[in-house]
Design a protein around this ligand. Structure first.
Ligand code: SF4
Length: 403
């Protein structure tokens, strides 16, 4: 992969454009006018949206298909050879995610190739200055492109605070190798979470050449998979992914300096996050900001009768569990002998768990001898329900008059 970025030079590297109020397609078209796309003529361009999950457009989980459509059209018009690629979270097939998100339909209309980047064997990529990661297993398609465009959707994230263009590049890592970033041992002498340091290590060798951040409908709260949709109707574009992410952070009501992977990346000179050093070309852009609810530090705030013991789990387990709890947390207690409280563990290396903790996912297999256990990577919601209640589905709770 060509590390030189054709879209910025010393003068323009911290230019960011925000488009608002025109809908996803026109916002993207308008914002991309600020980028000299002619530099992509005759080159191979990989569009890397967030199509990591099976989710409907406008759910705030995946990139809006019209943003991807506009990017395909703009790069085609500039004379580039364009494809769209993804390696989704564990347990999801790229083809299913492309179909569900509406990205497949837009790509097919345009005869634009869709790449399931998990099909081919990985290639290894060294990280010369890595603190916790020293090599990556990269999807083999990625280095065959001259230009990588990260097209995330604006989301809060339970483990990394936000997930934007820098972190979205994790979807270029091959299959389950993504999970390794969540399984790293604590860093001796440092309070930083290993996942955040790992993202910075990844960004030291794998950064987008262009960020197109979809803020049509983002996600607040329990992101990346179980939060609430948040409509913003904007698109952020910039050649420095860190600068684009910093502007997106402000639009989401947070500060990039408070997001560890962005702060540490800027400290390592991988990009600029100081808004005083970023020229945002839309004058009143801060008027469009809209405070996204932060992810709760403790899930018991959201589910007061449940304690989740989460030790280095990955997004796939978190999403399965959170979606399960959103659906069933109000009803499962009717089936439990001890109706007062439920402990659930996910992730690797949980120790000293309360006696009857329900351990879910293969990463908790070491507890299977003396605790209820649901295997799977990721586990399946119906199996969790069966383990707890003996049923694979539950009737909706009847509403009382008061409700
Ligand atoms: S068991 Fe869960 S936390 Fe472990 S790798 Fe699989 S999905 Fe991730």
């Amino acid at each position: 992969m060509d590390i030189d970025n054709p879209f910025f030079n010393i003068q323009s590297c911290s230019e960011v454009t925000v488009a608002h109020g025109r809908g996803p397609y026109q916002n993207t078209v308008w914002a991309l006018k600020s980028i000299p796309l002619e530099a992509a003529r005759g080159r191979r361009v990989l569009l890397k949206p967030n199509a990591g999950r099976v989710a409907q457009p406008c759910s705030g989980i995946t990139t809006h298909p019209e943003v991807v459509a506009a990017a395909i059209d703009a790069f085609r018009e500039a004379g580039a050879d364009v494809a769209v690629g993804e390696s989704p979270i564990t347990g999801v097939k790229a083809t299913e995610a492309f179909d569900a998100t509406g990205i497949a339909a837009e790509a097919k209309k345009r005869n634009c190739p869709l790449i399931d980047m998990d099909v081919r064997p990985f290639i290894e990529m060294e990280i010369p200055d890595g603190r916790v990661l020293h090599k990556l297993q990269l999807c083999a398609d990625v280095p065959e492109f001259d230009i990588i465009v990260s097209i995330p959707v604006m989301k809060m994230h339970m483990h990394t605070d936000v997930t934007l263009s820098v972190k979205n590049m994790k979807g270029c890592l091959w299959r389950r190798s993504k999970v390794k970033l969540h399984m790293l041992a604590p860093i001796e002498g440092s309070d930083e979470k290993p996942i955040n340091v790992a993202i910075v290590d990844m960004a030291s060798v794998l950064r987008p050449h262009l960020a197109i951040i979809d803020g049509t409908v983002g996600m607040e709260g329990l992101g990346p998979g179980a939060g609430e949709p948040k409509r913003l109707d904007c698109v952020v574009v910039g050649a420095d992914g860190f600068a684009a992410d910093a502007v997106a952070c402000r639009l989401m009501g947070t500060r990039a300096e408070d997001v560890p992977h962005l702060r540490m990346g800027a400290e390592r000179n991988l990009g600029v996050i100081d808004l005083n050093r970023i020229n945002v070309s839309s004058e009143n852009w801060q008027d469009w900001s809209c405070c996204f609810a932060k992810p709760p530090q403790n899930l018991s705030i959201k589910f007061p009768k449940i304690t989740v013991w989460d030790n280095n789990s990955c997004s796939a387990c978190q999403s399965t569990l959170l979606l399960f709890l959103k659906e069933f947390a109000d009803r499962i207690f009717d089936y439990l002998p001890d109706k007062g409280h439920l402990d659930i563990a996910i992730g690797k290396g949980n120790t000293d768990l309360p006696e009857k903790t329900l351990c879910i996912g293969n990463c908790t297999a070491q507890c299977r001898q003396d605790k209820p256990y649901v295997p799977g990577c990721p586990p399946v919601a119906s199996e969790i329900l069966k383990k707890l209640t003996g049923h694979t589905t539950l009737e909706p709770r009847k509403q009382t008059e008061k409700e």
